[in-house]
Design a protein around this ligand. Structure first.
Ligand SMILES: Nc1ncnc2c1ncn2[C@@H]1O[C@H](COP(=O)(O)OP(=O)(O)OP(=O)(O)O)[C@@H](O)[C@H]1O
Ligand SMILES: Cc1cn([C@H]2C[C@H](O)[C@@H](COP(=O)(O)O)O2)c(=O)[nH]c1=O
Length: 421
């Protein structure tokens, strides 16, 4: 395979990368770095790995964003399908501490079998796909070495470089936060548009979406009537409330993504984050055009908008605990400069038990995120925390647990107070 210049230079910097292995999402990753020389004091890095387990790692590196994202998206399934079932697969990243866009995502494999299947599969991946492969050995002194694989012209695989593995400090920013901007969250129309334009060849439906977006209504910064966004996790009562608000205020009700994108939503939901999130981002610009148009003659209520787009994207991208989220005030929480800002954003909050009860009562098909929200309380906490860190119009939290009528009354009071309606 041809090695690109960027790949060669990255390989030249290999020893400057730090590594994070997520053996368990509930605790911090294990961080390690590489040293070409053996240090005097050997430190045990992989405390939960037996010296006789065979360990490997692989990292996806392509310069082509979409190739990388799509390949990584399918890699875990391939590994789980083709590796021996005893082989444990943990998420891992190689990154340059605190350097934006430096993350190469991958997996750490622990193999207790003596079968040759794992090494054969890794050799095939090395020869045919954009991956770096390493194996790990534990010495008699309990120190680990990393062996970076390469392949010769005739396809033979060999360990070409050896490094000593040393424990590394926890970085200031969790590695999963380094690639968020323009991979998970888009901060301008042009950045999101560019993604769909670039993937027209691999996803023909992108053209239909871009055609719609090209015909979007113009959106102005100022609106004659207030624009009120209702946000919240799934089943917190947004649809119920927004429909009542429409009646009570004689308002126009809109949503993001807008109805006109529905035929393509499932198609883009199946794509990796960079493409899927660009689709949702463009949905907001379509909704913004509709808001601008409708707010000339009446108040506008919007069921989900930018807060949802950013919060679900960030909470999915950031691994592990809530404390791994970028700190409040980080650039990832800023409002896109070219997106119409609402007058007020209300965030419906509900305790998890009542939300699950409402989900069960409703009993519709669920999106991956909805299933994740039901199963994974960490994810739920990260979405809620992110909602509250997003800047621009900050969210005002509303207790959504009382009856629908009581929630409506409470929200009308807030709207009258903040928007003078
Ligand atoms: N205040 C309330 N008290 C009790 N049940 C409610 C209340 N508000 C809504 N519900 C019920 O909870 C379920 C979810 O409500 P709804 O569909 O309005 O939520 P949602 O936030 O729009 O969900 P999603 O984001 O998944 O579309 C529905 O069955 C609805 O009738
Ligand atoms: C607007 C928007 C939504 N999502 C995800 C988050 C939820 O699980 C579903 C909710 O959609 P619904 O139409 O309100 O049922 O979609 C997202 O990931 N990004 C977005 O911008």
């Amino acid at each position: 395979m041809k090695m690109t210049r960027r790949m060669m230079s990255r390989l030249g910097q290999w020893s400057s990368y730090a590594f994070a292995v997520e053996f368990d999402t509930k605790s911090d990753p294990i961080y390690f770095s590489l040293n070409a020389k053996k240090s005097k004091e050997v430190q045990q890095v992989f405390k939960n790995v037996d010296a006789n387990e065979r360990c490997y790692s692989l990292h996806v590196y392509s310069d082509d964003n979409f190739q990388r994202a799509r390949f990584f998206g399918g890699l875990k399934n391939k590994l789980l399908k083709e590796l021996p079932s005893e082989c444990k697969v943990a998420e891992m990243s190689a990154f340059q501490p605190n350097v934006r866009d430096s993350v190469m995502r991958g997996y750490f494999l622990k193999d207790t079998t003596k079968s040759s299947v794992t090494e054969r599969l890794l050799g095939e991946l090395l020869r045919n796909d954009p991956v770096y492969v390493c194996s790990y050995l534990c010495g008699e002194d309990s120190g680990w070495t990393q062996h970076l694989w390469s392949h010769t012209e005739d396809g033979r695989v060999e360990a070409s470089e050896t490094y000593y593995v040393e424990p590394a400090e926890k970085p200031e920013h969790h590695p999963s936060t380094l690639n968020i901007i323009n991979s998970d969250v888009f901060y301008s129309f042009d950045d999101a548009y560019k993604v769909l334009k670039q993937c027209r060849d691999i996803i023909p439906e992108s053209k239909d979406v871009l055609d719609l977006v090209d015909q979007r209504l113009e959106s102005k910064e100022e609106t004659a009537f207030p624009v009120i966004v209702i946000e919240g996790l799934d089943a917190t009562g947004k649809t119920t409330l927004t429909e009542s608000l429409k009646e009570a205020l004689g308002a126009t009700l809109l949503r993001s993504p807008p109805q006109c994108l529905s035929p393509w939503r499932a198609r883009f939901d199946a794509e990796p984050p960079v493409i899927r999130r660009a689709f949702y981002a463009l949905g907001n610009y379509l909704t913004a055009g509709q808001i601008s148009h409708e707010a000339r003659r009446a108040p506008v209520i919007v069921d989900r908008y930018w807060h949802s787009t950013a919060a679900y994207a960030i909470a999915t991208a950031v691994g592990g605990k809530v404390r791994n989220l970028p700190q409040a005030g980080s650039k990832v929480y800023v409002w896109p400069g070219d997106l119409l800002m609402p007058s007020l954003v209300l965030l419906l909050q509900l305790n998890p038990q009542e939300r699950v009860r409402r989900l069960q009562v409703r009993g519709q098909d669920k999106t991956t995120e909805e299933e994740e929200l039901e199963a994974n309380s960490l994810f739920r906490q990260k979405v809620e925390e992110t909602f509250q860190r997003i800047q621009g119009p900050a969210c005002i939290t509303v207790d959504a647990s009382p009856s629908a009528d009581q929630v409506l009354r409470q929200v009308l009071l807030l709207i009258r107070d903040k928007c003078h309606l």
